[in-house]
Design a binder for this molecule. Structure first.
Ligand code: NDP
Length: 246
């Protein structure tokens, strides 16, 4: 890898994750990201960055699987040393009323959205502490900050991310490691494709800016938090929702 400062991003194959990978690579970081099912998209992204002389690799990893995450992280630590950063971006939603939610659905959302955050941090943090630098960014959601009928399990995981962010920031601050959470509102990705037109219009109307965000809006904040602008920011959940929640 060209830059020793490398950043680990979960779920970089598409959507917000892919934009974060692109942005960080363009800023000169070496980026290592995971994909789960979209191997082709992931490899295309690596190839397009490679064509520009930028440093990026991708690995298959089901973030629900603790052993798989641990094994991948151990291999990366051995090969590249401590990462400069982690972006916990993997996330899914299974929107339905709690009363209709199956235990297996609850478990899957928990596994991907919050348990995986613990798995990556638990695996990589000791090396970051030894290195005495770094930043962790969790991609949460405004759904973790406000109530949303049909999103109880999703909201629970995103609120958990914000809580973990605050407490972990206090645990690792003395090692000069910062931990923050980004809470986007609706962002144009595959996650929103199932949203019926009527709901989409209603939701757009509730934002102050009268539009949904783009993956680049989130990537901009990730870039800011890793850069000099973010140097004194830790434990925060930063909302990017076009004014949906004000
Ligand atoms: P997408 O639906 O576009 O992409 C989901 C990503 O998660 C894909 O990269 C997918 O990998 C990966 N993934 C799914 N299951 C697994 C798994 N078991 N193991 C590893 N990776 C997995 O999502 P977005 O880009 O929209 O969302 C990214 C993050 O942003 C999520 O945490 C989401 O909650 C959050 N967010 C999104 C908002 C939005 O409106 N889009 C709003 C607020 C927050 P693959 O394609 O390889 O299968």
């Amino acid at each position: 890898m060209t830059n020793k400062k490398w950043i680990f991003v979960t779920a970089g194959s598409r959507g917000i994750g892919a934009e974060i990978v692109r942005r960080l690579a363009e800023e000169g970081y070496s980026v290592i990201f995971t994909w789960h099912t979209n191997q082709e998209k992931a490899e295309k992204l690596v190839q397009s960055l490679d064509n520009k002389g930028l440093s990026c690799r991708c690995y298959c990893c089901d973030v629900r699987d603790h052993a798989a995450v641990k094994d991948l992280c151990e291999r990366l630590l051995q090969a590249f040393g401590a990462p400069f950063g982690i972006v916990n971006n993997a996330g899914i939603s299974k929107d339905k009323l709690l009363i209709n939610t199956e235990v297996s659905e609850w478990q899957e959302v928990m596994d991907i959205n919050i348990n995986s955050v613990f798995y990556t941090i638990r695996s990589l943090l000791p090396a970051m502490i030894q290195a005495g630098q770094g930043a962790i960014i969790n991609i949460g959601s405004v759904a973790g900050l406000r109530g949303n009928a049909g999103q109880s399990v999703y909201s629970a995981t995103k609120a958990a991310q914000a809580g973990l962010t605050r407490s972990l920031a206090r645990e690792v601050g003395l090692f000069q490691i910062r931990v923050n959470c980004i809470a986007p509102g609706p962002i144009e990705t595959d996650m929103l494709t199932a949203l019926p037109d009527k709901k989409r219009k209603a939701l757009t109307g509730q934002t102050a800016l009268k539009k949904f965000g783009q993956p680049a809006d989130v990537a901009n904040m990730v870039s800011f938090l890793f850069g000099p602008g973010g140097e004194h920011i830790t434990g925060q959940t930063l909302v990017i929702d076009g004014g949906l929640s004000v």
